[in-house]
Design a binder for this molecule. Sequence first.
Ligand SMILES: [Zn+2]
Length: 224
Amino acid sequence: MNIIQDFITSTNTNRPGTSLTVGYVTIHETANTNVGANAEMHARYVKGDDAQNRQVSWHYTVDDSETYQHLPTDEVGWHAGSTGNHQSIGIEICVNQDGNFIAARANAIKLVQLLMQQHDISLSHVVTHQHWTGKNCPANLLADWEGFIADVGSSTNESIGTVRVLATALWVYNRADWDARYETVSRDEVFTVVRELTVNGSRMYQLRSGLYITANPEFVQFQS
Ligand SMILES: [Zn+2]
């Protein structure tokens, strides 16, 4: 993958230069849904005065097409509280409304897989910001963190079957959340299923595309 290195100036206060011994990867979402709030914008932001004043920094930002690196991985960033900062590489995933979150998630998975190889990090040490401080971050991925970790763990998502749409039109969701309606699909469309899960008491299938669909047999026909 192509990583654009655009480091924070070493004299900036949010690049403390403290040595980092990497044991974990910490996943964040930017929570900035503004149009244009992509990786390039965050690369500019983290080098600027506001990020210094807020005392924030992290290692990578990923959007649907690009990955920026803001800090070397042997230096501490300020993204996950003291304990998290001193043990982990921080990745921010963009949630800009003009971006494709499914593609950004897929790019983040590739980056995490690369970092796990480079730093000999186990899957159990890929954690959320919430893990360190309790903050509701990464907000979208927390709805199905298990699914994210499963995807990181399997480079080629193994299919458990296919699902055919029985309804005239049916919603698919961009995260494991019944409120996260993404687009509609039509009768007789067929999708590859990688996982089944329960969300608020109702079954969903996770599709290979990263989208989710109801598992209600009234609306879809599953075939293993
Ligand atoms: Zn966070």
